[in-house]
Design a protein around this ligand. Sequence first.
Ligand code: AMP
Length: 582
Amino acid sequence: MRFAKLVDYFERLEATTKRLEMFDILSELFREVEVEEIAPVVYLLEEQLAPPFRGIEIGMAEKLVLRAIAKATGVEEGRVATLYKKLGDPGLVVERLLEQKKEASARGKLTVLAVYTRLMEIAEQTGEGSVERKIQGLSDLLAEAGPKEARYIARFVMGRLRLGIGDPTILDALSKAVAGDRSLRPELERAYNLCSDLGLVARTLRGQGLEGIRAFRVRVGHPIRMALAERLPTAEEIIRRLGRCAVEVKIDGFRCQVHKQGDAVEIFSRNLERTTPMFPDIVEGVRRQVAAREAIFEGEAVAVNEETGEIYPFQVTVQRKRKHGVEEMAREYPLVLYAFDLLYSDGMDYTPEPYERRRAALERMIRPGDRLKLAEMIITEDPKAVERFFEESIERGLEGIVAKRLDAPYQAGARGFHWIKLKRSYKGELSDTLDVVLIGYFHGRGSRARLGIGALLGAVYDEESDTFKTIAKIGSGLSEEEWVRIRELLDRSRVSHRPARVDSLIEPDVWVEPRYVVTVLADEITKSPVHTCGKRDDEPGYALRFPRVVGWIREDKRPEDANTVREVLELYEMQKRVKLAG
Ligand code: AMP
């Protein structure tokens, strides 16, 4: 497929404001591309060159892209910068400059694969002289592209393609491309959950059909999409739901999925990014303490005071998140990995096995030692025992507990009642926080007018429809300086119309691509006719009362990691019960 053809699809995707239309356009595209093109196309649609766990990035800041544009178009750098200031979009800049050049006839012959391969080559440049090589590589590519193609290449390189397509929509569209409807979605999702690589799933489906998809197995080195927990407000409700169950301490640190193959160890974060370099101490501990040649297991890594054995608060643990000085940090605040689940070991796929078996095998696999420990656990059917274990955990400064269904398999990629968390904060009124995605903002009035921003429009994620639904207008919690900073950030992801995956009755002054997640604290959840979260036909939706931002943008969360509509409904129900009980 010619890259120009893919660009036509990009334009159509950009123009649509309906998620269903987006789904149709994508399935048409997936039918049209060749087998060997489909993985690159999927990656490009998701604005990446490879799945995040491979850690491949273009690595070109704005300045470098502008230099490449200057070089490709033969226009002086200063003029390119001025035009960029005026247009605010690197894509429009290069498009306009190329249009002004005469000899356009040789351009426009690039194929999708050629563009992808050359972007990969740019990404792979490292070390001395790599900056110049990246600029040269991009400028050569832009010079060969037609104006419109160059528009999308420049946007992609700057991370500003913003097609706003979610994984579920891609899975649905793949199913439709092959089967004519969405019926293959569950099987595709299963394969995706096991390999975390949508490009690989797409290529397998197109190349080997459903047989290939069904043959997907866990593989060391391919992160498995992580299981997530639901919540309930009390120990009684947990026992009512699960009966006899395991109750583990809930530790607040870094979730780690460890992959071991001989001496080679890799660690992946909750977002499935490769975080191995952050944990040299854990890597060493895995080599020493894991009694298996090959293994995949999960745990929570936290800083522990070696003198007292006490777990430090998250603020201490989080300092490990850095590029430089990791070794010193590891000496000052060594981490301990509290292992809680086993997914694979020496040829045995444990993901379909019940919790009890996985836990027993995990206990056999971890040798005693100081770096790896097992998350403490009891098995009980007595709410009082759960309550006691919970109180003890809280007293030790832990976050709470996670109760686990004894006969449940490892539910890759899913939130469900196989794992139920209980945190201290649920036990009052709604003092638990929610993570919301920002989808727009309002120009301020009064004293805020000066800042150009007065409130944020926040949304939660609806898993069923793969859309974002509004839940709050948030006007407090940030300092003046932070308001300005957040406006500047949002302006960079500004879009001209409501994105296709956003469902909103409210029209903010500025729409933005759903990208940034913030944590908000609210007094309670109330019914509201103006928000789309949980809204059905004539039924009102749900809103947050007195929402305020706590902290800053959650870099570790993608928009789909925000709280979901379903969770809001559950919290609403929980809040009612707590009020009644109070
Ligand atoms: P939350 O982030 O509040 O939804 O809680 C789920 C997170 O708790 C998981 O992603 C883990 O990082 C963390 N966690 C801590 N201890 C455990 C445990 N014993 N079992 C499962 N998850 C745990």
